[in-house]
Ligand binder design. Structure first.
Ligand SMILES: *Cc1c(COP(=O)(O)O)cnc(C)c1O
Length: 364
């Protein structure tokens, strides 16, 4: 025992999974990790002890299964989101990745198609294929924008079972107008998901697709606590949709999928949302500083409403990625030629990144 002798090829794996590679953003312990759009500011101490108190209480009943309907948590999310939502319109999971997986398990699956405008979040195709569905990629302009008319035409043409619209879009940072969401919904026969993982980093007056839910039972708006809430390690994502849409998700979730500890931690964090979100303005400031400095260094940063910046004009992304790595800084090469993506860090981390990049001088 102890030695692994088989390879994947030796196992009776599903044919449709053969040759696929798992999600694999490098996870290496470098001092400055700006590669997966985490919030680099830790949870404030006063909130951390409040969360711990609630976890301690939950721990006393840990011999029992948790509330399968996570009612208190759903009420907390409804309060946080506002827009007149109530708990019957809320769903949650272990990260919005699980929430998206629930949607695809219910509405995609073998023989069905999932559509998104590329480049977009790399997990969408993987989640789609995991349910046996195929991924269909639509296209954007060179600056990654897309108009309502073009978006609707592409969706009508592809006729997918599920459309995923990511706004602000990962990995480009590009916002999408609500007119695009409305037009895509009209053009689509299937469900439409708006992934607003980065919505809290958008301008304060930017409208959310939550305002479109009324009268659109095939629409779902997903959010996460991983980014703005600095809660990536807790794994909590959620969505708002019509109560009937939520009923569909109940068919595919595992019983008791959200642990009592997760529920307790998330409820306590949401009670402290004002403090939890305190760093958002500071992060947006660092993002804008990254954009301005990259421009001054001769790169081409793309407009971003998120907590990261995608920038072009990198002569050799591999070499620049490596040079930054050697200086203790992790950024992301997402495979777009001549581009790299960097998350906004603390002021000190951002300074370290910008200084290191200036010293490398790799603008083309
Ligand atoms: C980070 C991210 C998420 C969040 O994933 P979690 O599973 O909630 O951590 C969802 N969608 C996009 C586009 C993201 O970039």
């Amino acid at each position: 025992m102890g030695r692994v002798t088989a390879s994947l090829d030796d196992l009776p794996l599903r044919d449709d999974l053969r040759g696929l590679t798992p999600y694999g953003a490098p996870q290496v312990p470098l001092p400055i990790a700006l590669n997966v759009n985490e919030n680099t500011h830790p949870v404030p101490d006063e909130v951390a002890s409040d969360i711990l108190d609630d976890i301690a209480v939950a721990l006393r009943d840990i011999n029992r299964y948790p509330d399968r309907e996570f009612t208190t948590l759903r009420e907390s999310f409804a309060d946080y989101l506002g827009h007149g939502l109530d708990a019957s319109q809320i769903w949650a999971g272990n990260g919005s990745n699980e929430v998206l997986q629930h949607i695809l398990q219910a509405f995609a699956g073998p023989g069905r198609t999932v559509f998104g405008f590329a480049p977009t979040y790399s997990m969408y195709p993987l989640l789609a294929r995991g349910t046996g569905a195929s991924w269909v990629a639509g296209s954007r302009h060179d600056d990654y924008t897309i108009t309502a008319e073009e978006a609707a035409a592409q969706v009508a043409d592809a006729d997918p079972d599920v459309v995923i619209l990511c706004t602000p879009n990962n990995p480009t940072g590009t916002p999408l107008g609500l007119d695009v969401v409305e037009a895509v919904y009209e053009a689509a026969r299937g469900v439409v998901i708006v992934d607003e993982a980065y919505q809290e980093f958008a301008p304060r007056d930017a409208a959310s697709a939550l305002t479109l839910l009324e009268g659109r039972p095939r629409l779902a708006v997903s959010r996460t606590m991983s980014k703005a809430f600095a809660f990536a390690g807790a794994r909590v994502g959620y969505l708002a949709a019509d109560p009937a849409f939520i009923d569909a998700l109940r068919l595919v979730r595992l019983p008791y999928h959200l642990s009592a500890l997760t529920q307790a931690a998330a409820v306590a964090a949401l009670r402290n949302s004002a403090t939890m979100l305190r760093m958002v303005d500071e992060i947006v400031e660092q993002r804008d500083r990254i954009t301005a400095t990259l421009e001054a260094l001769g790169y081409q940063p793309h407009a971003s409403w998120s907590n990261f910046v995608l920038f072009g004009g990198v002569a050799d992304p591999d070499a620049t990625w490596q040079a930054l790595y050697e200086r203790g800084i992790l950024v992301r090469d997402i495979g777009i030629p001549n581009h790299l993506r960097v998350s906004a860090g603390t002021e000190a981390e951002t300074t370290a990144f910008l200084d290191a990049l200036a010293s490398i001088d790799s603008a083309s």
